[in-house]
Design a protein around this ligand. Sequence first.
Ligand SMILES: Nc1nc2c(ncn2[C@@H]2O[C@H](COP(=O)(O)OP(=O)(O)OP(=O)(O)O)[C@@H](O)[C@H]2O)c(=O)[nH]1
Ligand SMILES: [Mg+2]
Length: 345
Amino acid sequence: MPGLRQRSVLTISSARVVLLYTVGLNALSDPNTQAWIESLRSGDARTLARAISMVENRAAGWRDLLKALFPHTGRARVIGLTGAPGAGKSTLVDQLARIYRKHNRTVGIIAVDPTSPYTGGAILGDRIRMQAHFSDPGIYIRSMATRGSLGGLARTTADVTTVLDASGRDVILVETVGVGQDEVDIVRLADITVVILVPGMGDDVQSIKAGIMEIADIFVINKSDREGAERVEREIRALQSLAARHDGWTPPIVKTVASEGTGVDALGEAIASYEAYVQKENLELKKRAENWQQRLVEMLRDTMLEKARAQLGDGNVARLAAQVAEHKLDPYTLVEEIAKQARNM
Ligand SMILES: Nc1nc2c(ncn2[C@@H]2O[C@H](COP(=O)(O)OP(=O)(O)OP(=O)(O)O)[C@@H](O)[C@H]2O)c(=O)[nH]1
Ligand SMILES: [Mg+2]
């Protein structure tokens, strides 16, 4: 892989800093990593599972692996699907996967579950429901229960999509319950964000967090077999009439009955037309740069925090916090000092 050895120069002119970096050289000097990458890129599911676990658990070498994989990424289309618990996200993901497979596109699915442990009901439900795909090597399904994970949930999910992307998946579907900031951050990292609403269930559009409404590239009203779908549609339209998006795209509203497959083709078409719009308007790079801006800030935050933690050592944060609570220490000076020392690490 000669491309990997290229040296790149990144100039941040405003800060007059020139940063030289070498993509994945450390990782590549390890013949094991080389073999891994080749096996991963050949589509081997076991290597893929191992690589994802390594990244997810922040096991030794995870960063080097991602460094080495990065040059092989950027091809996959990442589609984030979010909505209230039980809205039908998994059913829709399942149906969409079916459509993409019909078009011979390989699919990776990440189901991010915010609360249940691995053996929990929702995930088990997903596994059983998606079992239809299990014999198809063109579909790879991964559940993540990452509350309390070492990296932030959004960052870990993004890193897992990087691994799937490098493994050559054409489409990556990320399912997440749209309830908290973490979930908003996750779908924000997608190329395309689908927000799923359902009639009834008390979640009127008004009560859905504004953040979720703003990130929708496409709205789905699932369970349209139930009463009230029209009302939800009117409410979305009313909200849309209040503010135009800066990219000029008006998110379409697709009605589905996921459990019967109704409207899923239309959803596939809506996704395709958004992709076409993004290409036509040359928005792809801009959108990805915006995503990376967020991701970089998160990565920096994690890395800085990691350094500060390493510098402080276990249990010391609690000790210092107690001292601040007793007014023995001033937190502002304390943080400044820690940051100063961490910088030199
Ligand atoms: N009536 C009706 N039921 C549906 C529809 N789509 C999904 N369901 C059912 O709704 C239930 C929840 O569907 P899931 O796909 O698990 O929903 P989810 O959003 O993934 O749920 P969580 O991951 O637990 O948040 C299942 O019993 C589905 O069969 C639909 O369009 N109409
Ligand atoms: Mg689900």
